[in-house]
Design a protein around this ligand. Sequence first.
Ligand code: B16
Ligand code: MG
Length: 218
Amino acid sequence: PFEAAIFDLDGVIVDTAKFHYKAWKRLAGELGFAFSERENEQLKGVSRMESLDLLLQAGGITEVTPERREALTSRKNEWYKEYLATLTPADVLPGVTNFLELLRSCGIQTAIASASKNAPLILEKVNIRPLFDVVVDGNSIVKAKPDPEVFLQAARLLGVAPAACFVFEDAAAGVEGAITAGMRVVGIGDRGLLACAHLTITSFEQLEPVFLLGHIGV
Ligand code: B16
Ligand code: MG
């Protein structure tokens, strides 16, 4: 039986994935190249520095000093935080709050497992922190997704075995990490991009929560 639900943050609880893309695209523009939404897909779920490396690779830019990489990521993060400043509780994705409340009323524990160092700020802005028992984010992990660390740490803090957890993820790297952690995974988004997930939905509104709970076997 399932005892815990672990949620990615960006792109699952709040649509901050679009802000990440906007900021990376802006940085690419300053560096003189275009950056498509398709190319951005591989940045989802991975750490800030690894995202920069993928961006520079896409733009054919090589041999960047560590200082320059630091400067570029902090520039991107400043823009990203400007976009975050506009977040309100209305930006929680459709169906999310209901689903979390339903899980908690069934005695299922809930956690956030995010690669983002901005996770505490985002959770506070949209006022959803009280619906999670545990938060693990980019400030407390060493290895980014697709490494399973963030999911395993969430399970450990909840006191639940990985096999008793299911994970909600919008990024291929996150789906991979959760599977490596030995958890069941529900992909949020494009089935083609999240082919390894056990089940894919496009939104929490798409399925009746009761149906979803039945499907994943709670
Ligand atoms: P930050 P998630 C991830 O969050 C994002 O998907 C990814 O695009 C981002 O690079 C990463 O967090 C680091 O975020 O720059 O805010 O520390 O999807 O794991 O919740
Ligand atoms: Mg995500």
